[in-house]
Design a protein around this ligand. Structure first.
Ligand SMILES: NC(=O)CC(=O)C(=O)O
Length: 297
């Protein structure tokens, strides 16, 4: 038996077509999650901003209050819908992300909620690295105009399987997060994310494969489906990459769900063949996972 992944697990990435109608997005998400578990999925992932369009002007309009937890249905219909979906489908549900408003500080966040198969909230991840970029003539986007960053790393223990890490989209560009999670024994790094037509083509697969290769773990990236009528055109191409950095499964740009069976043997076999885990030189450079790491806000 693998130390990291106790038994094989079926992962589903739901590449949802999210529009401007929040309740329609929630009920579409529900039917896709139920479909995924009827196809045998144990862990189901939704995309970044699965209940709203993606864009700074939309964050305040769609934001929900999550604290104090649990929120009421009026404060957060998405929290309750996700909890119900997890319970109904009996799956671990990584609920993509939603815009969050924290009344106490008057701050907005891009926040991911993960629920267990009983509908209990397991973890909350607020996007740590905000997506602020300027590529002249291509794309300019500044989440920090509206959002505040989260301040912690998110590791989640799934008792039957092992440990996973959840982060959001731009977070994948910061390898430290992935490195720390893997060295703290995560078998799977999950990133609900919405890359775009410029960066998607260049970096989406590269980032996923790099994080998997460096850390010899599984990586799952879950995008919204592409909508060319929307202000922001998501790249799509949700994918699962294995610990050897091979793409196991990949969606195209349209709505759809992709599945992969993850096994501990694949991790063991990769680490045995290329034993970097025992070859690191912390006498030459520091171990980023050994310093002070924040897991709690
Ligand atoms: N949308 C994001 O957060 C990140 C992205 O599109 C990119 O890194 O490229």
């Amino acid at each position: 038996m693998s130390k990291l992944l106790k038994k094989s697990v079926k992962l589903a990435l739901v590449q949802l077509a999210a529009g401007s109608d929040k309740s329609a997005n929630l009920s579409r998400a529900r039917s896709k999650v139920l479909e995924a578990t009827s196809n045998g999925a144990n862990i189901v992932v939704l995309p970044e901003c699965f209940n709203s369009p993606y864009g700074t002007k939309y964050f305040p309009k769609y934001a929900e209050t999550l604290l104090p937890s649990p929120p009421t249905k009026e404060q957060s219909p998405s929290f309750h819908a996700l909890s119900e979906m997890a319970k109904e489908s009996k799956s671990y549900l990584v609920g993509g992300s939603i815009p969050e408003y924290w009344a106490e500080t008057k701050k907005y966040y891009n926040t991911s909620l993960t629920f267990d198969p009983n509908g209990k909230l397991l973890a909350t991840h607020r996007k740590v690295h905000l997506f602020d970029i300027d590529i002249p003539g291509k794309i300019s986007f500044h989440e920090s105009e509206v959002l505040s960053p989260g301040n912690k790393l998110t590791l989640i223990d799934l008792p039957e399987y092992g440990r996973i890490a959840v982060a959001i989209c731009y977070d994948i560009r910061f390898p430290e997060l992935a490195m720390i999670a893997a060295r703290k024994d995560a078998f799977l790094l999950l990133y609900p994310g919405a890359f775009n037509m410029t960066t998607g083509k260049l970096h989406w697969e590269l980032q996923a494969r790099a994080r998997a290769m460096d850390n010899q773990v599984y990586v799952g990236l879950c995008s919204p489906a592409r909508d060319m009528q929307a202000d922001y055109n998501a790249w799509g191409h949700s994918m699962v990459v294995d610990p050897m950095a091979e793409v196991v499964v990949e969606a195209d740009e349209k709505e759809g769900t992709v599945y992969a069976e993850l096994t501990g043997e694949k991790i063991e076999e990769t680490r045995k063949g290329i034993p970097i885990y025992g070859q690191r030189r912390f006498d030459v450079y520091p171990d980023v996972s050994a310093g002070k790491v924040k897991y709690e806000e």
